[in-house]
Design a protein around this ligand. Structure first.
Ligand code: IMP
Ligand code: MG
Length: 182
């Protein structure tokens, strides 16, 4: 782990060691494997790009039951009306009608992304949708949607690493770093 991570104009310092992230992933993987090992339908593990790519890969390596993989990318943009930010879906590559889906997210903050995605999957006809997130900021998350699998809870601070970015940078580091001074 580096003492300091400088990404553009910001400095980040060590926060969560890779070893601890891996332990959290072991625990989540075990729970998912147990919950789905006797399932009649093969689940689809849905990786929410780009942030979840590292987490999803690590998770899948640990789950030794048949499953399918798919990915989705969400892009936010300013709406043309004053209603604010809307989320748009780019490329759901697998038909999910009547399927059982496990959404794999890097982090849940306000929950807007995950709630929008959940609704979208239900509208697209998914039979069952479970949410799996590596990290959760419980101080910020105030939605009713149940988060089925949570790797770790963290405080309301800005972090990078293990898939998470600051302005697209920092995703490749295997440890998690926090903004200096936080
Ligand atoms: P939400 O819609 O507010 O829950 O935000 C979720 C998305 O915001 C995540 O998928 C991340 O892409 C991003 N995000 C939230 N917190 C952080 C952070 O601390 N570092 C980097 N990205 C974050
Ligand atoms: Mg994300």
């Amino acid at each position: 782990m580096k003492d300091k991570l400088i990404l553009k104009d910001k400095t980040f310092v060590p926060y969560i060691k890779n070893e601890d992230i891996e332990k959290a992933i072991d625990a989540v993987a075990l729970r998912i494997e147990n919950d789905y090992k006797d399932a009649k339908d093969i689940p689809i593990m849905l990786c929410v790009l780009n942030g979840s790519v590292m987490f999803c890969a690590e998770l899948m390596k640990r789950i030794e039951i048949p499953l399918e993989f798919s990915s989705i990318r969400l892009a936010s943009y300013e709406g043309t009306t004053s209603t604010g930010v809307t989320r748009k879906v780019l490329g759901l590559t697998t038909a999910i009608k009547n399927r059982s889906v496990i959404v794999v997210e890097d982090i849940v903050d306000t929950g807007k992304t995950i709630v929008d995605l959940y609704n979208l999957l239900i509208e697209a006809g998914a039979r069952d949708v479970k949410i799996c997130t590596m990290l959760l900021k419980p101080e910020v998350y105030k939605r009713d949607l149940k988060l089925d699998y949570v790797g770790m809870e963290i405080s309301n601070k800005f972090i990078v690493g293990f898939g998470l970015d600051y302005d697209q940078l920092g995703r490749n580091y295997k440890d998690i770093y926090i903004l200096e001074g936080e």
